[in-house]
Write a protein of this length. Structure first.
Length: 244
């Protein structure tokens, strides 16, 4: 993980998300629906729901949308039947790509994702073909702008909270945790007064792969197609890309 800063990439992704807010809200609503249906409507006793509500807040999703999705999941009747599916494959230059989807139509989703790969220099692989290249981690970012805390003090806070690793740049403190400890670390940092710019469970590539300049546009087009697919919850890759 060392040296692989997520922060600049997150800032770029947030700008793109702002332009596609309606579609983003639809994706988050589906995640809230599933979390509430599987674990109950109370975020204090449903960590998965709490995490997704935090994600909704970070995206400035209205509370009405959040409450509507929870109510829909807990109301009488069968409602929607979504299933979670993971797709694995490769982009140009053998870049590993991991896609998490939440769908009510497996055939539609598989077709759309296969097209996104095949038309942009990639191909879907078998289950397990690339997932071993990623580690599941808790990730927390704290913006350093106007923050009067040095690296030593931040490291002490992270270790006392139970975090595993601290990466420091001029822009942000980035903290990685074991997924099982994520909620405790996040809550401890918040209790200490830190404002979290990002907090999520993510997949961190073990290594990053350079991509040829003549294939970068093709790969970015693949990612755009995955962004546009309402069934795709999130995706991860190990390409060493600079954000535009």
């Amino acid at each position: 993980m060392s040296g692989h800063s997520k922060w600049s990439k997150i800032k770029g992704a947030k700008g793109a998300a702002d332009q596609k807010r309606g579609k983003l809200f639809q994706k988050i609503s589906k995640e809230i629906y599933m979390a509430a249906k599987n674990g109950g409507p109370d975020p204090s006793s449903n960590p998965s729901l709490r995490l997704i509500i935090d994600k909704a807040k970070a995206a400035n999703m209205p509370n009405d949308n959040v409450n509507r999705a929870i109510k829909k999941a807990t109301s009488a009747g069968e409602g929607e039947n979504y299933e979670e599916i993971t797709y694995e494959g490769y982009g140009p230059n053998g870049v590993a790509v991991l896609v998490h989807a939440l769908t009510d139509n497996r055939n539609r989703t598989a077709t759309n994702i296969r097209v996104a790969f095949n038309r942009n220099g990639g191909a879907l692989g078998e289950s397990g073909s690339v997932s071993y290249m990623f580690d599941r981690k808790g990730y927390i970012a704290i913006d350093r702008e106007d923050l009067e805390v040095d690296e030593d003090a931040m490291l002490m806070s992270v270790l006392e909270a139970g975090g595993e690793e601290l990466q420091t740049s001029d822009e942000a403190f980035e903290i990685y945790t074991d997924p099982a400890d994520f909620n405790d670390v996040r809550d401890a940092l918040v209790a200490e007064g830190y404002i979290l710019a990002e907090a999520e469970i993510t997949m961190v590539p073990q290594t990053q792969v350079a991509i040829d300049p003549d294939k970068e546009t093709q790969f970015r087009t693949m990612l755009e197609k995955l962004d546009e697919d309402e069934d795709v919850s999130e995706y991860f890759h190990n390409a060493d890309l600079e954000e535009e």
